[in-house]
Design a protein around this ligand. Structure first.
Ligand code: 5GP
Length: 191
């Protein structure tokens, strides 16, 4: 049986990554992809469902999972906030010929590429510019000004990793970014 493939999408917050992933899995012309549900010790947000959005773990349970080597990769993405890709989300699915898509941070993406090589495609979704990203975050009006400053600073740091990715997609117009990403992923799955 043909081994399933691994697609990773990384992006600074506010770049439309979750919308793109959702569209690839469920939208018009959806691709055969299953979402890899990460584990995290952060609290669920309103509307998030355990086992669907994330596997929500206590910090102790997360550390136990690390000690038991249950993660393909894990990172402290924010201080005290851990996120990790469980082996159980990837290996059994790809062995059964199913493709998985991961929404993880830039360092996690590069680790997945190191581990899986040609079986993985890592994509970076970037804003047209840092100024435009700031404008979008301000327009969204969900964050306080200092939080926006932090997000923009983090985005600048994350953008410095873009050249190490297999492909970059600029999200200027969401519709086009979705179509471009779908075409790239579709080619990779067919190869
Ligand atoms: P949020 O708390 O907003 O859901 O996610 C915060 C960040 O953690 C996002 O950039 C997301 O891509 C990243 N993330 C989610 N799951 C994982 C994971 O399993 N591994 C890594 N390295 N990052 C993750």
């Amino acid at each position: 049986m043909k081994q399933g493939k691994i697609i990773v999408l990384s992006a600074p917050s506010g770049c439309g990554k979750s919308t793109i992933i959702h569209d690839l899995i469920e939208g018009h012309g959806a691709l055969p992809l299953e979402f890899s549900v990460s584990a995290t010790n952060r609290a669920p947000r309103t509307g998030e469902v355990d086992g669907v959005s994330y596997h929500f773990l206590t910090t102790e349970a997360f550390r136990d999972a690390v000690a038991q080597d249950k993660f393909v990769e894990w990172e402290e993405v924010y201080p005290g906030r851990y996120y990790g890709t469980l082996r159980s989300e990837i290996d059994s699915k790809t062995a059964a010929g199913r493709n998985v898509i991961l929404d993880i941070d830039v360092k996690g993406a590069l680790n997945v590429k190191r581990l899986y090589g040609d079986a993985a495609l890592i994509l970076f979704v970037q804003p047209p510019s840092v100024a435009e990203l700031r404008r979008r975050l301000e327009h969204r009006a969900t964050d306080a000004p200092e939080v926006i400053d932090q997000r923009v600073a983090k985005a600048e740091y994350e953008l410095s990793f873009a050249p190490q990715f297999d492909r970059c997609v600029v999200n200027d117009c969401l519709r086009q970014a979705v179509d471009e990403t779908r075409a790239i992923v579709s080619r990779f799955l067919d190869a």
